[in-house]
Design a protein around this ligand. Structure first.
Ligand code: ATP
Ligand code: MG
Ligand code: FE
Length: 344
């Protein structure tokens, strides 16, 4: 099927077109530059940016794929989770297009989209796999039997997402927003064994009880205390070692729990998605540790890890191919959409 995918859950306006599991085009406009000076996403600004960017982005996608709207078999749009105002703009646009063309509409889960997009890059999924979705807003472990119908939530973060923790540590170290990539770069110059920061939910009773959950706020506090100690003494903060020790803690926890999830659920494939999968230590450690265990790690190229329309088109296409019923034309958006709901 020819499926149009629309993504507007946060600050990226994404429109993509897939045929089956072949990506024809993927166009993204971002309002990040407008948010950077506020040090965080301003929802009102993001919504307005979607409104302005949507039609030009759609036109560019149709033109590049050489597709007429009337040829599309289905329209997929992010129904949640995400910012209410941002989701509403995309959903309203998708409903209007579905109404105008008479094509079925699928309101889909953004987090599951982050896993689904890998099919466009690395081919069909195995019968069962584990997916780690890590970004500025999410850190979740999914067990997937069928991306269209059988997704189970194994766990997620109890507090901060991985990218969020990086952004906060970036601020502590005086780096520009968003701090994640800067902390990553700095960590490459440090010694990752010089400072050992805590590994959240990996020891004692937590290890079993929260086997697949994450917690990064204790780690962030530990980093803050450490940095403040130096500042109070009027000494220079060993920023590269702090970044390296912090990155090591996050990567180790994510990789250990993801691979344990694979082993305990009989999966030989781990699919990683979300903007945080750009993190160099996560990639390195996942590749090393997975190889030792005979597990294949699939990570799409970065442009498909950050928010984009291709992930939504991919999931929409999987739903159409599985014979799933479309969503209603008055589908709700849900900022807190549960991880097990693939489609509203
Ligand atoms: P979501 O996808 O959950 O709606 P988002 O738009 O904030 O939220 P993404 O754009 O997918 O998420 O990812 C951005 C996050 O990833 C930011 O927190 C950013 O700092 C972090 N990030 C990006 N690259 C790196 C990196 N190399 N190392 C660490 N963090 C990174
Ligand atoms: Mg983003
Ligand atoms: Fe996302």
């Amino acid at each position: 099927p020819l499926v149009l995918g629309i993504e507007t859950s946060c600050d990226e306006t994404g429109v993509a077109i897939v045929r089956g599991s072949e990506l024809l085009t993927d166009v993204t406009a971002s309002s990040m530059d407008e948010h950077a000076r506020y040090g965080g996403i301003v929802p009102e600004v993001a919504s307005r940016a979607h409104l302005e960017a949507f039609l030009p982005t759609l036109d560019t996608a149709l033109e590049r794929a050489d597709v007429d709207l009337s040829e599309v078999d289905a329209i997929a749009v992010t129904a949640g989770p995400g910012l209410v105002g941002s989701l509403t703009v995309g959903a309203a646009a998708a409903k209007a297009l579905a109404l105008g063309t008479g094509k079925p509409l699928y309101g889909v889960n953004h987090v599951i989209g982050h896993a689904a997009v890998d099919e466009l890059v690395h081919g069909p999924f195995p019968e069962r796999f584990v997916s780690l979705v890590v970004s500025g807003g999410h850190s979740s472990l999914l067990l997937v039997d069928d991306i269209a119908t059988g997704v189970r939530e194994l766990g997620q973060t109890l507090d901060d997402a991985a990218g969020e923790a990086f952004d906060k540590v970036g601020r502590l170290l005086g780096l520009p927003y968003p701090g994640g990539p800067h902390v990553d770069r700095l960590s490459r110059e440090g010694d990752r064994e010089a400072i050992r920061f805590p590994r959240g939910l990996t020891a004692g009773k937590d290890k079993e009880r929260y086997a697949y959950d994450f917690s990064f706020s204790g780690l962030k506090t530990a980093v803050a205390r450490y940095v403040e100690g130096y500042q109070d003494r009027g000494e220079n903060v060993p920023a590269a070692d702090v970044a390296a020790g912090f990155s090591e803690s996050v990567a180790e926890v994510l990789v250990t729990k993801s691979l344990a999830a694979c082993e305990r659920n009989g999966c030989d494939t781990l699919v990683i998605g979300g903007g945080f999968s750009a993190n160099s230590r996560l990639r390195e450690l996942a590749a090393e540790e997975a190889e030792d265990r005979g597990i294949t790690v699939r990570i799409p190229p970065i442009r498909y890890c950050t928010d984009n329309g291709a992930m939504i088109a991919a999931l929409g296409s999987a739903l159409v191919r599985s014979g799933a019923a479309p969503s209603s034309l008055d589908l709700p958006t849900d900022s807190g959409m549960p991880l097990e709901t693939v489609r509203v």
